[in-house]
Design a protein around this ligand. Structure first.
Ligand SMILES: [Zn+2]
Length: 351
């Protein structure tokens, strides 16, 4: 056999960019036996290719290389680049007024964005997720996660109850879940794990909720990254667990890293919900740190939605000299006043 050439090696490496390779892998690939000229030549070739920045020695063991992914600059002005408008996502509404949550006007959601709902156990996270689904039903969202189906791929009774409570065709409902032929306008996928693999490109994907079964919560960043990568021009809405009062979901900063909008959900007083805007990548008015209070009726209806602020009287402790603060009734927050609602798209006709 003729002696191995640099061109042959380069051709091969171009097909395995980003991977690791050893000298013995290469000798096997090219059928190079000990004692031949090529056996030693291959070491020199790799040395030259390292100088040309085609490969990089990993330093972990002798003869191991990382094949460098060859990249080219991305031209901007010399080609036609479409400027995409913001994604028209409708936020959950206050049931009594049918007006969107008022900060909806001030946050900008783009194609490919991830909205993260981090909340304490059993406290209104699914209500928000279902409301995002209902309000955007005409965009045919995708639902997945253990709040919707059981391991036998059957819808959960609680999920069906929530659909009914929102159903336009039932008493008090406001969402039309079906098309003219009676088929679901959403897609329910019985996915309870490996969410990123099942994300439907260019759609609103709602994942309720993401659990890291091994307890390695730092992995959540990788899961969220995978979801975003596969979402194309869609928007993903992911629900994760959060400890009471924590400023991030389980997984800490790793959860925030990939979120474009983060909504933190806590208890407010005895039976209300506190929504805090934890992170917002793009906004037209400052919204980060704003807090809102609301109640939930029948598991899905958001009632009395209003902006709240920390109680100054008890310094948001809920107590004054050991007794419950009578200004905030121990809830640590008081109403900001004003309506708390601003209409982006009043949809009274649906009432
Ligand atoms: Zn107070």
């Amino acid at each position: 056999m003729a002696e191995i050439t640099t061109i042959e090696i380069k051709d091969y490496l171009s097909q395995i960019q980003g991977k690791e390779i050893t000298l013995s892998d290469l000798r096997k690939e090219f059928n190079i036996l000990p004692g031949t000229k090529s056996f030693d030549a291959i070491r020199n070739i790799m040395f030259q290719l390292a100088e040309q920045r085609i490969v990089r020695p990993t330093g972990r063991r002798n003869g191991a290389y990382k094949v460098i992914t060859q990249i080219l600059p991305v031209p901007i002005f010399s080609v036609q680049r479409e400027r995409r408008p913001p994604f028209e996502l409708i936020f959950p509404r206050n049931y009594e007024t049918m007006m969107e949550m008022d900060f909806a006007n001030d946050v900008v959601i783009r194609e490919g964005d991830l909205i993260l709902i981090s909340g304490v156990s059993n406290y209104g996270k699914t209500t928000l997720a279902m409301n995002f689904c209902g309000e955007n039903i005409d965009k045919h969202p995708v639902l997945m996660g253990n709040e919707y189906t059981n391991p036998e791929c059957e819808p959960l009774p609680r999920f069906l109850n929530r659909l009914d409570a929102m159903d336009l065709n039932k008493d008090g409902g406001w969402v039309n879940w079906v098309d003219v032929d009676g088929n679901d306008k959403f897609t329910l996928l019985p996915v309870r794990d490996d969410f990123a693999e099942h994300i439907v490109k260019d759609k609103i994907n709602i994942i309720d909720w993401i659990n890291i079964e091994t307890g390695e919560h730092y992995m959540i960043g990788m899961v969220l990254d995978g979801i975003k990568r596969n979402n194309g021009r869609g928007v993903s809405i992911a629900v994760i667990q959060k400890a009471e009062g924590a400023t991030a979901g389980r997984g800490g900063q790793f959860t925030k890293d990939f979120a474009d909008l983060e909504l933190l959900i806590d208890k407010l007083g005895k039976n209300e919900i506190l929504l805090t805007i934890g992170k917002c990548k793009e906004y037209t008015k400052p919204v980060i740190g704003k807090t809102y209070g609301y109640s939930i009726f029948k598991g899905v209806k958001i009632m009395n939605f209003r902006e709240v602020k920390k109680c100054g009287r008890c310094h948001a402790t809920g107590y004054i000299k050991g007794a419950e603060c009578d200004t905030c009734q121990g809830s640590k927050y008081i109403d900001c006043g004003g309506s708390g609602y601003v209409s982006k798209k009043p949809l009274q006709e649906e009432l």
